[in-house]
Ligand binder design. Structure first.
Ligand code: TAP
Length: 478
């Protein structure tokens, strides 16, 4: 059944969304020379603001500003740079409510996630890398660490502010300057971040934000005066970027897609595992590169796990992202919703069994209920392709060797989860799973001190931790 929903007015009053936004270049908001596009609230389909689309000439201005700023910023002592990063981190904490509400409005994610996960982890990231800025020579990355220059950074829409923090904080700590392009559907928190840079008195040109679509991203990564490319997004675009910069001396990190296995053994604490399965796939509507989208459950406990999982799914609340009780918010765009629907329909057509709890979905906006597919085989497309939505594929296994074989049977290798009481099994599985992160008896846990990145088609390079510094220093290898 569909119903009309109007977002809570008191939440909207926390943020001031302007009717239109320019580009942030050289410390100022400026009009773009190109056209503009709209960003919409995916929960209501209402237009939120008109956003400048940066042309190649705008990107060139931004890169020039970043190059000019690099001279001063890279020569500044690490202690001084740290002060700016600490200041930014504190302002993010002070403006946390505003950032969380804006992120939920522009992205569709539940406020309890943007409030309790995204924004706190963003602030933590700036605090963490502020701490490194004056200690780079102790990072084990060489005695005289030198920044690369201008970093061109392109990020996706699923964690707009968090992906910005993962990119900007280590780059600045190491003495680089940046030109960042947020995703087309979620530019607003990056633009608010630009305002925070002004508030922190960050020298002009150290951070530049150029909004736009894929062509703006292309202009950023292929600009000849960009020394470093940092990209997070789909594997297809990651490959296109790798081709575009092939033959240049640009250093690159690519954080791409995933199809993680969440593996539940028969000795696992079942209730805890069910919570981990739910968090693993339904957190952020499943728009998570490391989502536990393939549940591998040991045959002997499969019925019990599935029974409890379905009961738990029946309690999830889908709807208004600004309601503090909402568990699953809006799908980020009409295109993404179409992709989730298409792959789910293919799952059914290929013979898997689809189940979703009865759910009242709002009549406007983009919504998809939490969904589980059973009877899935490794050949099914829903077991192989990234759905990037609240859709779980369930496969079973008998032995640890079979679990490892199935978990690794994917072109991706970003993350995995293991649920078992046996410590020795955790260590064995972690050594055999070809995934950058392996969680044990938990899932989707993030910490700025811990490196994150992929194997195989999930990309290369690491973000986070000491290793994340290597991506922004000359000659450094983590
Ligand atoms: P993409 O379509 O790849 O877009 C990512 C960014 O690249 C966007 O800003 C996009 O602009 C831009 N872009 C598109 N074409 C480009 C080109 N030819 N050259 C340069 N930039 C270009 O991904 P998405 O749909 O936003 O995000 C979902 C994907 O990101 C999933 O595959 C997910 O797994 C992955 N992801 C990975 C991670 C990590 S850490 N591995 C984290 C989050 C997400 P537009 O927005 O205008 O298209």
């Amino acid at each position: 059944m569909a119903f009309e929903y109007a977002p809570a007015p008191e939440s909207r009053s926390i943020v001031d969304i302007k009717p239109s936004y320019g580009l942030f270049i050289d410390g100022e908001f400026v009009d773009g020379r190109g056209t503009s596009f709209k960003t919409v609230n995916p929960a209501t389909e209402e237009t939120l603001a008109e956003i400048a689309e940066a042309s190649d000439a705008d990107v060139d201005l931004a890169v020039r500003a970043a190059r000019r700023a690099f001279r001063g910023w890279s020569r500044m002592s690490g202690k001084e740079r740290a002060k700016y990063l600490f200041r930014i981190a504190r302002i993010i904490q002070e403006r946390a409510r505003e950032l969380a509400v804006l992120e939920s409005i522009d992205n569709g994610k539940p406020i309890k996630e943007s409030r309790d996960v995204d924004v706190p982890v963003v602030a933590a990231h700036f605090f963490y890398y502020a701490g490194w800025a004056d200690k780079l020579e102790h990072a084990g990355l060489g005695p005289d660490p030198q920044p690369l220059g201008v970093a061109g950074q392109v990020i996706p829409w699923n964690f707009p502010l968090l992906m910005l923090a993962w990119k900007v904080a280590p780059a600045l700590a190491c003495g680089n300057t940046v030109v960042l392009k947020p995703a087309e559907t979620t530019p607003l928190t990056a633009l608010l971040f630009a305002e925070i840079c002004q508030q922190a008195d960050l020298p002009p040109g150290v951070v530049n934000i150029v909004t736009g679509a894929g062509s703006t991203g292309q202009a950023v990564v292929s600009h000849p005066d960009v020394d470093k490319v940092a990209f997070t997004g789909s594997t297809a675009v990651g490959k296109a970027i790798a081709r575009a910069i092939a033959g240049t001396d640009k250093k690159a990190t690519l954080e791409l897609g995933g199809k993680a296995a969440n593996i539940v053994f028969d000795d696992a604490p079942i209730d805890q595992a069910v919570e981990g399965i739910v968090g693993g796939i339904f957190f952020n509507q499943g728009h998570v590169c490391c989502a536990g989208s393939r549940l591998l459950v040991q045959e002997s406990v499969a019925d019990e796990v599935l029974g409890r999982l379905k009961r738990r799914m029946g309690t999830l609340r889908v709807g208004d992202p600004l309601d503090k009780n909402t568990d699953i918010g809006a799908i980020n765009s009409a295109e993404q919703l179409a992709r989730i629907r298409e792959l789910s329909d293919i799952g059914e057509a290929e013979g898997a069994e689809r189940w979703a709890p009865a759910c009242d979905l709002p009549s406007s906006g983009f919504w998809f209920p939490p969904t589980v597919f059973t009877g899935v085989t490794q050949a099914h497309r829903i077991a192989r392709e990234e759905v990037f939505g609240p859709v779980l594929s369930v496969l079973t296994f008998r032995t640890p060797a079979e679990a490892i074989e199935k978990a690794n049977n994917t072109p991706y290798g970003l993350s995995a989860g293991v649920w078992t009481e046996k410590g020795s099994r955790i260590l064995h599985m972690a050594s055999q799973l070809r995934a950058g992160v392996v969680w044990a008896n938990t899932f989707n846990k993030f910490d700025p001190a811990s490196p994150f990145g992929g194997y195989k088609e999930s990309g290369y390079g690491r973000e986070g931790g000491r290793q994340g510094l290597a991506a922004y220093l000359k000659g450094a290898d983590a």
